[in-house]
Design a protein around this ligand. Sequence first.
Ligand code: NAD
Length: 494
Amino acid sequence: MTDLFHALGIADAATGGSLSVLSPIDGAEIGRVRPTDPAAMPGLIARAQEAFRHWREVPAPRRGELVRLFGEELRAAKAELGALVTLEAGKITSEGLGEVQEMIDICDFAVGLSRQLYGLTIASERPGHRMMETWHPMGPCAVISAFNFPVAVWSWNAALALVCGNPVIWKPSEKTPLTALASMAIFGRALARFGDAPEGLAQLVMGGPEIGEALVLSPEVPIVSATGSTRMGRIVGPKVAARFGRPILELGGNNAMIVAPSADLDMAVRAIVFSAVGTAGQRCTSLRRLIVHHSVREELVGRLVKAYASLKIGDPRADGTLVGPLIDAASRDRMVAALDRARAKGGTVHGGKPVEGVPGGAYIQPALVEMPAQTGVVCEETFAPILYVMGYETLDEAIALQNAVPQGLSSCIFTLNLREAEAFVSAAGSDCGIANVNIGPSGAEIGGAFGGEKDTGGGRESGSDAWRGYMRRQTNTINWSAALPLAQGVRFDI
Ligand code: NAD
């Protein structure tokens, strides 16, 4: 561990503070970081504003160069940062590395984007006039992130915000501060190579909700991108809106898969197992509800019970492990309580028993729960590997069930029937931000815009035109004639 901290340049920052960091692998303390003093927040925000005044005038492709260098540094440090994600968040090795790869991918995307912050040219109704749209930087962007993607979520926001001309202030989850320190140290290497970036362009603050709140309430922080529970979003969203700031909310999901009679069940089984038990069910896009046609339900459940029984659960660093620990014991308690509620509503539970993986860690078998109906607990997000299974007869009924939860993040259908597939992604189909066909709901690529509707918060990050959320739009009308005609033919002669 000490070697890892040295390699990542966080040996000093990760020790000696008052905030204890525990590894979910065995509950051992792996670091102590210094929390940010709330009294320091106004100064930090002022530094970001100062950095903004400089950075907004740096040409966007030059800003992209900083992000390009960051991508290079991430490539060089991928193994170490991935290992730290595993140690601090409990992800299996390939998922820890995958998370860093996601950071690299968004850097590549943002570098290209830095030459493509396009606006429109618009036909003017007046002679000798030109209309156009320009996109300008907004100002400091706060990033409040969750424990389960401790580094990727920051980079999705930071890479875009930086090429868009905005400084970034990051408040990571209090459960995963070490990976945040390491990401900032790697970013520091890119900054050193870049040369003339302003002080305070990317800052890190440590602590719980009270530190986040300072960013949420400050009118000097125009963008607040907050990723976490719907509970958190309900507090943060209205506070940012009340000061007319721009919230980007990425909140909880309750993602479903519909398995139709024509589905390729071999593919469906693989997709289900990865998306329901991968990351120990702790992805916002984890599969939580399976809506299966009655004609294939028995066969599919039988195959899943078998697949679940073969899963290797334990130390996420060990070869062959597919299910690591939950983040902490409280999370395991919530899973056990949810299973009790499901049983009370007539659910049949397969798995779901605590496992002695590594002493001190919260290991538990993923659970498959056959439900007679989509009752209360099924409509909630329990952040753990529980997959509720329900049956359906008609596609309309399946889509109605899929949409009948408060959350609207990710969804999918397995079918070989073109009409069903198209119906699912149509306006009358899934109501989610992500709707896939013959692919599970989790593991999105960075090229698409990421986010969801309803209780998921409505924000979009990452690819497509999500960058517009980090810029302000300006409409310009330029009169290059010698006359002053008014729009709509209005006359105002003086
Ligand atoms: P959480 O809501 O407990 O915490 C998330 C972050 O919000 C932390 O940094 C926390 O300190 C901060 N926070 C909490 N209350 C705050 C307040 N009042 N003011 C300011 N900041 C506050 O979430 P978690 O347990 O870390 O993460 C799991 C949740 O995140 C799940 O619900 C999951 O679905 C969601 N998530 C969503 C996405 C997405 O993109 N939609 C991605 C990852 C995780």
